[in-house]
Ligand binder design. Structure first.
Ligand SMILES: C[S@@+](CC[C@H](N)C(=O)[O-])C[C@H]1O[C@@H](n2cnc3c(N)ncnc32)[C@H](O)[C@@H]1O
Length: 373
């Protein structure tokens, strides 16, 4: 028979030795001064152990559009069971789990309504689409050790082929899917970026890797006299017209199709933004891109980098776990700290580097710098 007694593990440091000791754990769970801490620690540990199930509860609620149905009016398990041909008892399990993770609440014994958190989820543009898209990421994470070893043919690296193969390899439908994902989530990124960077004195802003123009749409609205240029791969820029027209900034935006891997960046902008661009690429590409941005800017010109960044010496869940593994599954790029990005900027000649404390690090962080006069 298999031996299931826990093996004694060697633990360094007296605090951790105590924390790992079953005898101490039992004592601490009873002792009045440590009882609460022990319970909290236990709950947090269990949350970590079971987090993947909570995410799948969320996935099921989103896939079934259940949050939208419940937002319209509270439902019973039977209501949703019928609609989705799922056994009512199982549907009750899902809805109850939804309550446990804080998205739903029980109104009457068998009627479920949305909580404020559930409603906020529906209010964040693109969040449901991102959750749906996570089923791909989830499959890539199935064997995390194999992923770390580089032994997995990941689906995400298929989904983002432009990173490897350049413009000609990007089919229009793939371009659409990912541009929509990007554009939907751009609102919050733009908000947080413009919170830290003023474009008051900028005459022309070029957004490199600007996707379908969602960042420029927001920047252009905030600065009515700003002239703008969008630089991206041809299959992506072809979708920009609609976005820029809808935002009423089309007449002051030049769309330039090209690849920063193959072409020089056009001159003429006194500020260049790179929004969620660097983390898609390896260090060599990033260093070259930053040098190209430096070359394209006039003296006094500004570079603005905005993307989720690592917490560096104080790792963050959102970036050092979520985005770091996302990049790994994409099989290129990496999440970098603002210090590392700042160093890269400094190395190509930028000065006056600013790294404001991010408002929502899970949304974005900003680094900006200036080309010396
Ligand atoms: C993660 S998306 C970000 C899009 C947009 N900046 C945003 O935040 O919504 C990265 C963008 O970089 C663009 N990109 C990737 N490789 C590129 C290249 N070689 N030249 C120009 N753009 C490129 C992609 O097409 C895509 O629009």
């Amino acid at each position: 028979m298999k031996d299931i007694t826990p093996r004694r593990v060697k633990v360094s440091g007296w605090r951790n030795r105590l924390a790992a000791s079953r005898r101490f754990q039992r004592w601490a769970a009873r002792f009045p001064l440590t009882r609460r801490i022990t319970r909290n620690e236990g709950e947090q540990l269990f949350d970590l152990v079971s987090g993947f199930v909570y995410s799948q509860v969320l996935q099921a609620l989103v896939q079934l559009d259940a949050l939208k149905d419940i937002a319209a009016k509270p439902v019973t398990p039977d209501d949703l069971a019928k609609k989705h041909e799922i056994d009512p008892a199982r549907m009750r399990v899902l809805l109850h789990a939804g309550v446990s993770v804080g998205l739903l609440k029980l109104k009457k014994p068998d009627r479920y309504a949305l909580t404020q958190r559930g409603a906020s989820l529906l209010g964040v543009p693109g969040l449901e689409a991102l959750i749906r898209h996570h089923s791909v990421f989830y499959r890539d994470l199935q064997d995390p050790v194999a992923l770390l070893r580089g032994d997995v043919e990941t689906e995400l690296s298929e989904f983002w082929p432009y990173v490897f193969e350049g413009p000609s390899a990007l089919p229009e439908d793939v371009a659409h899917t990912y541009s929509n994902l990007m554009a939907d989530s751009q609102g919050l990124i733009a908000e947080d970026t413009l919170r830290f960077v003023s474009l008051k004195n900028v005459k022309r802003l070029m957004d490199v890797g600007g996707g379908s123009g969602a960042f420029l749409a927001v920047a252009g609205k905030a600065y009515p006299n700003l002239q703008m240029a969008l630089f991206d791969l041809p299959a992506v820029t072809s979708q920009a017209k609609d976005v820029l027209k809808a935002a009423k900034v089309w007449d002051r935006t030049e769309v330039i199709a090209g690849s920063f891997r193959k072409n020089d960046l056009p001159e003429g902008a006194d500020a260049i933004s790179l929004v969620r661009v660097l983390y898609d690429h390896e260090d060599g590409t990033v260093k070259k891109l930053l040098a190209d941005v430096y070359a394209a800017l006039p003296p006094g010109g500004r570079i603005i980098i905005s993307e989720p960044m690592s917490g560096g010496q104080a790792p963050l869940r959102a970036t050092d776990a979520y985005f770091a593994f996302y990049c790994m599954a994409m099989q290129t790029g990496q999440v970098r700290s603002s210090d590392k990005i700042a160093k890269f900027c400094e190395n190509v000649g930028f000065i006056g580097i600013e790294k404001p404390k991010p408002f929502r690090p899970y949304v974005t962080s900003v680094v900006s710098a200036v080309k010396p006069i």
